[in-house]
Design a binder for this molecule. Structure first.
Ligand code: FES
Length: 108
């Protein structure tokens, strides 16, 4: 399986999440303040809320509905009420292209 181009690096604003889909899988892509790009499952594990509509705080993405903050590196919620992690996908940067392979998950 190969990685899929989801956007240009230059499309991503720092500390902002963008929702993309790869083969129907919703993913929140985040460029952090160190210009590292992360890809985590976009659906909050507490409710059917798009995490990319939430807030990037340091190395977390916070759900706007009830405030669970998910680690961008492990996918684990660091605050309640969510307690199940979201998946974390491998990201590859190739020039200005951001590529995600939904079949390659990082270790939680
Ligand atoms: S729906 Fe995300 S914390 Fe409740």
């Amino acid at each position: 399986m190969t990685a899929t181009r989801v956007c240009a690096f230059s499309d991503l604003e720092q500390d902002t999440a963008m929702r993309v889909e790869v083969n129907g899988v919703p993913i929140a892509v985040v460029r952090d303040s160190n210009d590292e790009v992360h890809a985590i499952g976009d659906t909050c594990t507490h409710g059917d809320i798009s995490l990319s509509e939430g807030f990037v705080e340091g190395d977390t993405l916070e759900c706007w509905a009830h405030g669970s903050a998910f680690s961008l590196t492990t996918g684990k919620p660091l605050t309640l009420p969510a307690f199940e992690p979201v998946p974390v996908y491998a990201v590859e940067i190739d020039g200005d292209d951001v590529l995600i392979d939904i079949n390659v998950k990082k270790e939680n």
